[in-house]
Every structure is written in C-alpha cells, then in structure tokens.
Design a protein around this ligand. Structure first.
Ligand code: GLV
Ligand code: GLV
Length: 319
C-alpha cells in the first residue's frame, strides 16, 4: 500500500505508517502543490494525507476515485467537498482535540501582543528606532477584568477562555448556533446573541469553522457594532473576516486592534497595510505548530490512514 503526503508531518506518524507496511511518498517543494500536481501525485497511491490548504474539490475527487482514504493533517475541513467524497465513498478523517491547547495559546499570544503593540515595537527596535525611554506615544491596554467574547465556543474556544480567566479574571460571553452546556457549567460562560457579543466584548476571539454562514461574517457593519477599544482575534480561518473592512475599521479607529493567525488570502502579501499598524499582530497560520501537537496530529493522521486502508471506520472520521 502507498500513501502520498502533500507536505511535512512529524516523524512519529511516518514511522507508524511504515511499521504498517505503507510506503510513503512526499511533496518536497517549498510551495503549495496545485490541484493538477496533486491529481498527478495521487494516481498511483492508495491513500492521501493532506497537509495545508489543498483544494480537495469535486475535480480532484473524481480524478482520484481510486483512493481508499483521505486523512487531513488539520481539524478544519472547509477545503474539502465532503458531499462529493461521500457520494464517491471515500472516507475523510481529521485531527480534532489534540490541537486545541496549542491553537488557544496562539490566540492568547496574539491578544497579549496586540494589547501591548509588541510586534510593532519589536519592528521599531530592528529599524534602529529605540532612541530613549519614551513611554508616552505607544501605550497599550490592560486585560485585567475585561470581557472576552468567543465566537464559536468549542474545544479551542474553551481553552482560550480558561487561559483568559486564569490569567486576567476575564468574564466570558459567547455566541454559537447551539448553547454549550459544558462551557456554561465549567467556566461560567454566558450565552449571548451575536449583537450582544459585539457590544460586550473587549476582546473578541473567533474559534468557529468557515462555512457559507460564517464567510465574511466580520465585515464593516459588524466592526461598527464593536467597542472602539476592542481587540479582534482570528485563529480560525481568514475567510471569516473581510480583510479590507478590517483594515478600514482599524484605520478609522472603529476598533482598537487585531491579531491574526489566519489571513485572506494566505500567505499574506508583505505589503499588506495591516503589517504596519501599531496595534496589529500577524502570524503565518501557526496555530497548531508545536512539537508536541504536530507529533500528536501525525499519529492521528497515520491511524486514520491505517484504518482506512483496512476498510475499517476511521478513528476520527468526518463522514
Ligand atoms: C489548521 O488550520 C487546522 O484546521 O488544523
Ligand atoms: C517602568 O519601567 C517603570 O518603572 O514604570
């Protein structure tokens, strides 16, 4: 049996595959593989591990009907046409749970960095602009006792909320399609309407999936309902905010700051004006990028592939 991997995964996962007599072939170039190249690479393999935002659309699936299993090295699956995979009977797996802590850490890091303008000030030092002790021009804001709003209270949102409660005694409000009883009982999070979430949040952190309903959800009309001193954090998917509207909202001081681990498009262009703003921090989609988490993800991916090639139900099957 053979599997094609469209990027890098941790050694532990590769080992697991090889121990199960599955031969591994890799995409080795330092750029995202195109759909055409992907279709070519998957012709003589039995399974596919998707690393990064590969478009697993109807064209790809129909050209690769022979695949016995597809395993995503990710929790999000907005890049996959699940309906088509199902109709072609190709099981698709993902890696939920294991990356919640690392992704919440990234959201927390961005929140703190934005609140003290850390990335901007770091850049000033690099540019030789640290001339004297000058506390006045670039003052930050403190997070103690503030209100955290979570849009999409699932596993990652819960972890972010716990960190903010522990570190700053923040109050937590959230908005979801359905109430999250565990969040209400365990961390006293309060369910509010979407408009109330915008109105109450000092920090608004996005932890939902990208769907037709959440696409461009954070647009100028929405930013206008947020507090002028609020911080917007997105570690979920860049498509959930409208980037031009976000730039406008920050320039016009409609909101105070923004921290992004996901952008639209990715990679972000180096000339993007967000990168020159004081209370903005941007990271290149590193939510799950710790040694421990990537190793756990590689193991889950390998287990999904091993089960799929045996014709068994995947341990973490999306459909
Ligand atoms: C990364 O973005 C993931 O979905 O795991
Ligand atoms: C800052 O370093 C202070 O002493 O206030």
């Amino acid at each position: 049996m053979k599997v094609f991997i469209s990027g890098n995964i941790a050694e532990s996962g590769v080992k697991l595959l090889e121990e199960n007599n599955i031969a591994v072939t890799w995409w080795k170039e330092n750029r995202q593989i195109t759909v055409k190249e992907l279709i070519g690479a998957c012709q003589d393999v039995d399974a596919f591990i998707s690393v990064g935002p590969n478009k697993i659309n109807a064209d790809f699936l129909n050209a690769c009907k022979h695949l016995k299993v597809i395993a995503l090295h990710a929790v999000g699956f907005d890049n996959v046409d699940i309906k088509e995979a199902k109709s072609l009977n190709i099981p698709v797996g993902n890696t939920p749970g294991v990356l919640s802590g690392a992704t919440a850490d990234t959201a927390f890091l961005l929140m703190l960095a934005v609140s003290r303008k850390a990335f901007y000030l770091h850049k000033k030092i690099i540019n030789g602009q640290w001339q004297n002790y000058e506390p006045t021009p670039e003052l930050g804001i403190e997070l103690n006792g503030k209100t955290l709003g979570i849009f999409g209270m699932g596993k990652i949102g819960m972890e972010m909320a716990k960190k903010c409660i522990g570190a700053y005694g923040m109050q937590v409000v959230y908005h979801n399609r359905n109430k999250n009883e565990e969040a209400e009982n365990e961390i006293d999070a309060k369910y509010v309407s979407f408009d109330e979430l915008l109105k109450q949040s000092d920090v608004l952190s996005v932890h939902t999936t990208l769907t037709p309903e959440t696409k461009d959800k954070f647009n100028i009309e929405v930013f206008k309902k947020m507090k002028p001193e609020s911080i917007f954090i997105n570690t979920a998917r860049g498509g959930i905010h409208n980037e031009q509207d976000l730039i406008f909202a920050l320039q016009q001081k409609i909101i105070w700051g923004a921290g992004l681990d996901v952008t639209n498009p990715e990679p972000m262009n180096k000339d993007n004006s967000l990168l020159n703003m004081e209370s903005v921090a941007v990271l290149p989609h590193i939510g799950s990028a710790t040694q421990k988490t990537r190793s756990a993800m590689a193991n889950l991916v390998a287990k999904n592939i091993i089960a799929g090639l045996k014709g068994e139900k995947l341990p973490h099957q999306i459909w």
